[in-house]
Ligand binder design. Structure first.
Ligand SMILES: NC(=O)c1ccc[n+]([C@@H]2O[C@H](COP(=O)([O-])OP(=O)(O)OC[C@H]3O[C@@H](n4cnc5c(N)ncnc54)[C@H](O)[C@@H]3O)[C@@H](O)[C@H]2O)c1
Length: 273
Protein backbone atom coordinates (compact mmCIF):
# COMPACT_ATOMS: atom_id res chain seq x y z
CA UNK A 1 0.00 0.00 0.00
CA UNK A 2 1.26 3.48 -0.85
CA UNK A 3 2.50 5.40 2.18
CA UNK A 4 0.00 8.28 2.06
CA UNK A 5 1.07 9.58 5.48
CA UNK A 6 4.66 10.06 4.26
CA UNK A 7 6.39 10.51 7.64
CA UNK A 8 9.64 8.84 6.56
CA UNK A 9 12.54 11.18 7.40
CA UNK A 10 10.22 13.89 8.80
CA UNK A 11 11.48 15.66 11.95
CA UNK A 12 8.72 15.73 14.55
CA UNK A 13 8.39 16.78 18.21
CA UNK A 14 6.04 14.98 20.61
CA UNK A 15 5.27 16.46 24.03
CA UNK A 16 4.01 14.04 26.69
CA UNK A 17 5.93 11.13 25.15
CA UNK A 18 6.33 9.39 28.54
CA UNK A 19 2.84 7.86 28.68
CA UNK A 20 -0.67 7.57 27.28
CA UNK A 21 -1.57 9.24 23.99
CA UNK A 22 1.83 10.97 23.63
CA UNK A 23 3.68 7.67 24.09
CA UNK A 24 1.42 5.96 21.53
CA UNK A 25 1.92 8.88 19.12
CA UNK A 26 5.72 8.84 19.46
CA UNK A 27 5.81 5.03 19.03
CA UNK A 28 3.60 5.22 15.93
CA UNK A 29 5.72 7.96 14.37
CA UNK A 30 8.90 5.94 14.95
CA UNK A 31 7.28 2.97 13.21
CA UNK A 32 6.41 5.26 10.26
CA UNK A 33 10.07 6.24 9.88
CA UNK A 34 9.93 9.74 11.38
CA UNK A 35 12.82 11.31 13.29
CA UNK A 36 11.04 11.68 16.63
CA UNK A 37 12.17 14.15 19.30
CA UNK A 38 10.32 13.54 22.56
CA UNK A 39 9.82 16.11 25.32
CA UNK A 40 8.39 15.38 28.77
CA UNK A 41 9.22 15.85 32.44
CA UNK A 42 9.45 12.06 32.81
CA UNK A 43 12.00 10.18 30.76
CA UNK A 44 10.63 7.93 28.02
CA UNK A 45 11.56 4.27 27.60
CA UNK A 46 11.10 4.61 23.83
CA UNK A 47 14.10 4.70 21.54
CA UNK A 48 13.77 8.16 19.97
CA UNK A 49 16.09 10.41 17.95
CA UNK A 50 16.31 12.50 21.13
CA UNK A 51 14.61 12.87 24.48
CA UNK A 52 14.64 16.29 26.13
CA UNK A 53 13.54 16.84 29.69
CA UNK A 54 11.14 19.77 29.78
CA UNK A 55 8.72 20.90 32.43
CA UNK A 56 5.90 22.75 30.72
CA UNK A 57 5.55 24.83 33.91
CA UNK A 58 9.03 26.24 33.28
CA UNK A 59 9.48 28.33 30.09
CA UNK A 60 13.29 28.26 30.35
CA UNK A 61 13.26 24.45 30.13
CA UNK A 62 11.02 24.65 27.06
CA UNK A 63 13.29 27.18 25.31
CA UNK A 64 16.41 25.13 26.12
CA UNK A 65 14.90 21.93 24.69
CA UNK A 66 13.71 23.59 21.48
CA UNK A 67 17.15 25.21 21.00
CA UNK A 68 18.77 21.79 21.45
CA UNK A 69 16.47 20.12 18.92
CA UNK A 70 16.94 23.02 16.47
CA UNK A 71 16.92 22.50 12.70
CA UNK A 72 13.76 22.21 10.64
CA UNK A 73 10.66 20.78 12.30
CA UNK A 74 7.87 19.25 10.18
CA UNK A 75 5.31 18.49 12.86
CA UNK A 76 4.55 19.22 16.51
CA UNK A 77 2.29 16.99 18.59
CA UNK A 78 1.10 18.69 21.81
CA UNK A 79 0.10 15.64 23.88
CA UNK A 80 1.26 16.56 27.42
CA UNK A 81 -1.40 17.39 29.96
CA UNK A 82 -2.44 17.34 33.61
CA UNK A 83 -5.88 16.45 35.01
CA UNK A 84 -7.93 18.55 37.45
CA UNK A 85 -6.52 16.65 40.46
CA UNK A 86 -3.45 18.93 40.26
CA UNK A 87 -3.33 22.59 41.43
CA UNK A 88 -5.29 24.79 38.96
CA UNK A 89 -2.31 26.97 38.00
CA UNK A 90 -0.15 23.89 37.28
CA UNK A 91 -2.95 22.57 35.08
CA UNK A 92 -3.14 25.93 33.27
CA UNK A 93 0.64 26.01 32.77
CA UNK A 94 0.91 22.49 31.35
CA UNK A 95 -2.31 22.29 29.31
CA UNK A 96 -2.35 25.80 27.88
CA UNK A 97 0.35 28.35 28.85
CA UNK A 98 3.37 26.02 28.48
CA UNK A 99 1.87 24.25 25.48
CA UNK A 100 1.38 27.61 23.74
CA UNK A 101 4.92 28.65 24.74
CA UNK A 102 6.34 25.40 23.28
CA UNK A 103 4.35 25.90 20.08
CA UNK A 104 5.50 29.52 19.69
CA UNK A 105 9.12 28.40 20.20
CA UNK A 106 8.78 25.68 17.54
CA UNK A 107 6.92 27.72 14.87
CA UNK A 108 10.08 29.62 13.75
CA UNK A 109 11.60 26.19 12.95
CA UNK A 110 8.65 25.27 10.74
CA UNK A 111 8.16 25.91 7.03
CA UNK A 112 5.58 25.41 4.32
CA UNK A 113 3.79 22.06 4.76
CA UNK A 114 4.42 21.80 8.53
CA UNK A 115 1.62 21.07 10.97
CA UNK A 116 0.67 21.27 14.66
CA UNK A 117 -1.83 19.00 16.42
CA UNK A 118 -2.84 19.49 20.07
CA UNK A 119 -5.04 17.47 22.37
CA UNK A 120 -7.95 19.34 23.92
CA UNK A 121 -10.87 17.47 25.52
CA UNK A 122 -14.62 17.12 25.61
CA UNK A 123 -14.03 18.85 28.97
CA UNK A 124 -13.51 22.01 26.89
CA UNK A 125 -16.97 21.79 25.32
CA UNK A 126 -18.09 24.98 27.04
CA UNK A 127 -15.75 27.11 24.89
CA UNK A 128 -18.50 28.72 22.81
CA UNK A 129 -20.12 30.27 25.92
CA UNK A 130 -17.20 32.60 26.64
CA UNK A 131 -15.22 33.29 23.48
CA UNK A 132 -14.44 36.98 24.33
CA UNK A 133 -12.93 35.98 27.70
CA UNK A 134 -10.89 33.20 26.12
CA UNK A 135 -9.60 35.56 23.41
CA UNK A 136 -8.71 38.11 26.10
CA UNK A 137 -6.29 35.64 27.69
CA UNK A 138 -5.05 34.25 24.36
CA UNK A 139 -4.13 37.83 23.38
CA UNK A 140 -1.86 38.21 26.43
CA UNK A 141 1.72 37.73 25.24
CA UNK A 142 4.28 35.58 27.00
CA UNK A 143 4.30 32.86 29.67
CA UNK A 144 4.54 35.25 32.63
CA UNK A 145 1.83 37.56 31.26
CA UNK A 146 -0.60 34.68 30.80
CA UNK A 147 0.21 33.35 34.26
CA UNK A 148 -0.44 36.77 35.83
CA UNK A 149 -3.80 36.95 34.01
CA UNK A 150 -4.75 33.53 35.44
CA UNK A 151 -3.69 34.56 38.96
CA UNK A 152 -5.92 37.64 38.66
CA UNK A 153 -8.93 35.62 37.38
CA UNK A 154 -9.33 32.59 39.68
CA UNK A 155 -13.09 32.46 39.04
CA UNK A 156 -12.49 31.97 35.30
CA UNK A 157 -9.67 29.47 35.83
CA UNK A 158 -11.71 27.49 38.40
CA UNK A 159 -10.25 23.92 38.59
CA UNK A 160 -8.12 24.71 35.52
CA UNK A 161 -8.95 21.71 33.36
CA UNK A 162 -12.05 22.85 31.49
CA UNK A 163 -10.73 26.41 31.04
CA UNK A 164 -7.35 25.19 29.74
CA UNK A 165 -9.04 22.85 27.26
CA UNK A 166 -11.42 25.61 26.07
CA UNK A 167 -8.36 27.80 25.49
CA UNK A 168 -6.65 25.13 23.38
CA UNK A 169 -9.76 24.96 21.16
CA UNK A 170 -10.17 28.71 20.61
CA UNK A 171 -6.39 29.30 20.32
CA UNK A 172 -6.24 26.57 17.63
CA UNK A 173 -9.04 28.19 15.63
CA UNK A 174 -7.52 31.68 16.01
CA UNK A 175 -4.00 30.59 15.03
CA UNK A 176 -5.21 28.65 11.99
CA UNK A 177 -5.99 31.87 10.09
CA UNK A 178 -2.53 33.39 10.52
CA UNK A 179 -0.31 30.28 10.44
CA UNK A 180 -1.77 29.04 7.17
CA UNK A 181 -0.34 32.16 5.50
CA UNK A 182 3.07 30.58 6.25
CA UNK A 183 1.85 27.18 5.01
CA UNK A 184 1.58 25.82 8.59
CA UNK A 185 -1.62 24.02 9.65
CA UNK A 186 -2.91 23.75 13.22
CA UNK A 187 -5.69 21.48 14.50
CA UNK A 188 -6.75 19.86 17.73
CA UNK A 189 -8.60 16.76 18.91
CA UNK A 190 -11.32 16.19 21.49
CA UNK A 191 -10.73 12.68 22.82
CA UNK A 192 -13.45 10.74 24.56
CA UNK A 193 -12.55 8.85 27.78
CA UNK A 194 -9.30 7.05 27.02
CA UNK A 195 -7.59 4.26 28.93
CA UNK A 196 -4.34 6.02 29.91
CA UNK A 197 -2.64 6.61 33.29
CA UNK A 198 -4.67 9.87 33.52
CA UNK A 199 -7.93 7.91 33.62
CA UNK A 200 -7.53 6.93 37.28
CA UNK A 201 -7.31 10.65 38.14
CA UNK A 202 -10.55 11.33 36.24
CA UNK A 203 -12.18 8.38 38.05
CA UNK A 204 -11.22 9.84 41.42
CA UNK A 205 -12.33 13.39 40.55
CA UNK A 206 -15.47 12.71 38.53
CA UNK A 207 -18.84 11.10 39.16
CA UNK A 208 -19.32 7.74 37.40
CA UNK A 209 -22.22 9.13 35.40
CA UNK A 210 -19.96 11.74 33.78
CA UNK A 211 -17.54 9.15 32.38
CA UNK A 212 -20.43 6.84 31.40
CA UNK A 213 -22.18 9.69 29.56
CA UNK A 214 -18.96 10.73 27.79
CA UNK A 215 -18.55 7.12 26.59
CA UNK A 216 -21.85 7.17 24.68
CA UNK A 217 -22.85 5.97 22.12
CA UNK A 218 -19.87 3.67 21.54
CA UNK A 219 -20.02 2.43 25.15
CA UNK A 220 -16.32 1.72 25.63
CA UNK A 221 -13.19 3.70 26.34
CA UNK A 222 -10.79 4.68 23.59
CA UNK A 223 -7.32 3.16 23.47
CA UNK A 224 -4.34 5.56 23.43
CA UNK A 225 -3.53 4.18 19.96
CA UNK A 226 -6.92 5.27 18.60
CA UNK A 227 -6.16 8.81 19.78
CA UNK A 228 -2.62 8.69 18.36
CA UNK A 229 -3.99 7.59 14.98
CA UNK A 230 -6.13 10.74 14.69
CA UNK A 231 -3.21 13.01 15.66
CA UNK A 232 -0.88 11.29 13.19
CA UNK A 233 -3.52 11.67 10.47
CA UNK A 234 -4.05 15.39 11.23
CA UNK A 235 -0.34 16.24 11.04
CA UNK A 236 0.30 14.15 7.91
CA UNK A 237 0.46 15.34 4.30
CA UNK A 238 -2.82 13.57 3.61
CA UNK A 239 -4.58 16.26 5.72
CA UNK A 240 -3.11 19.13 3.69
CA UNK A 241 -6.49 20.95 3.46
CA UNK A 242 -7.50 20.30 7.10
CA UNK A 243 -6.86 23.43 9.16
CA UNK A 244 -8.39 25.06 12.26
CA UNK A 245 -10.38 21.91 12.93
CA UNK A 246 -11.50 20.74 16.37
CA UNK A 247 -11.83 17.02 15.70
CA UNK A 248 -13.87 14.91 18.11
CA UNK A 249 -12.30 11.45 18.49
CA UNK A 250 -15.04 10.27 20.76
CA UNK A 251 -16.89 7.31 19.24
CA UNK A 252 -19.81 9.54 18.21
CA UNK A 253 -20.37 11.48 21.46
CA UNK A 254 -20.46 14.93 19.85
CA UNK A 255 -22.79 13.74 17.10
CA UNK A 256 -25.12 12.28 19.71
CA UNK A 257 -25.10 15.49 21.75
CA UNK A 258 -25.68 17.76 18.75
CA UNK A 259 -28.66 15.73 17.58
CA UNK A 260 -30.17 15.52 21.08
CA UNK A 261 -29.64 11.77 21.43
CA UNK A 262 -27.29 12.14 24.40
CA UNK A 263 -28.41 14.11 27.43
CA UNK A 264 -25.47 16.35 28.35
CA UNK A 265 -26.93 17.55 31.66
CA UNK A 266 -25.43 14.84 33.93
CA UNK A 267 -22.01 15.58 32.42
CA UNK A 268 -22.24 19.35 32.75
CA UNK A 269 -23.24 19.04 36.42
CA UNK A 270 -20.01 17.14 37.23
CA UNK A 271 -16.34 17.69 36.43
CA UNK A 272 -15.81 16.61 32.82
CA UNK A 273 -12.89 14.59 31.50
N1 LIG B 1 -7.33 10.08 29.12
C1 LIG B 1 -8.45 10.71 28.79
O1 LIG B 1 -9.54 10.19 28.99
C2 LIG B 1 -8.40 12.07 28.17
C3 LIG B 1 -9.60 12.59 27.65
C4 LIG B 1 -9.55 13.83 27.03
C5 LIG B 1 -8.36 14.52 26.93
N2 LIG B 1 -7.22 14.01 27.47
C6 LIG B 1 -5.98 14.76 27.29
O2 LIG B 1 -5.06 13.96 26.56
C7 LIG B 1 -3.72 14.41 26.80
C8 LIG B 1 -2.84 13.21 27.06
O3 LIG B 1 -3.22 12.64 28.31
P1 LIG B 1 -3.18 11.07 28.59
O4 LIG B 1 -4.58 10.65 28.80
O5 LIG B 1 -2.35 10.40 27.57
O6 LIG B 1 -2.50 11.07 30.03
P2 LIG B 1 -1.04 10.69 30.54
O7 LIG B 1 -1.02 11.12 31.96
O8 LIG B 1 -0.74 9.29 30.21
O9 LIG B 1 -0.07 11.62 29.68
C9 LIG B 1 0.24 12.92 30.00
C10 LIG B 1 1.70 13.17 29.67
O10 LIG B 1 1.99 14.55 29.96
C11 LIG B 1 3.23 14.58 30.65
N3 LIG B 1 3.31 15.78 31.49
C12 LIG B 1 2.53 16.09 32.56
N4 LIG B 1 2.96 17.21 33.15
C13 LIG B 1 4.03 17.65 32.43
C14 LIG B 1 4.91 18.75 32.55
N5 LIG B 1 4.82 19.62 33.58
N6 LIG B 1 5.89 18.91 31.63
C15 LIG B 1 6.03 18.01 30.63
N7 LIG B 1 5.24 16.93 30.47
C16 LIG B 1 4.25 16.75 31.36
C17 LIG B 1 3.24 13.31 31.47
O11 LIG B 1 4.54 12.95 31.94
C18 LIG B 1 2.67 12.30 30.47
O12 LIG B 1 3.66 11.77 29.63
C19 LIG B 1 -3.83 15.41 27.95
O13 LIG B 1 -3.79 16.72 27.46
C20 LIG B 1 -5.22 15.12 28.54
O14 LIG B 1 -5.75 16.24 29.18
C21 LIG B 1 -7.22 12.80 28.08
Amino acid sequence: MADFLNYAGKRVIVSGCFSGMGEATARTLVSLGAEVHGVDYKETALSLASFNNIDLRDPASIDAAVAKIGGKVDALFNCAGLPQTFPPLDVMKVNYIGTKHLTEAVIPLMGEGSAIASISSTGGLGWSRRIPLLIELISVAGFEGALKWCEAHPEAVNEGYSFSKELVIVWTMLQSSTLIKKGIRINCTLPGPTQTPMMKEFESATADIVLKTAMQPIDRRSTPQEQANALVFLNSEISSYVNGVVLPVDGGFMGGVTTGQIDLRPMMSGAAS
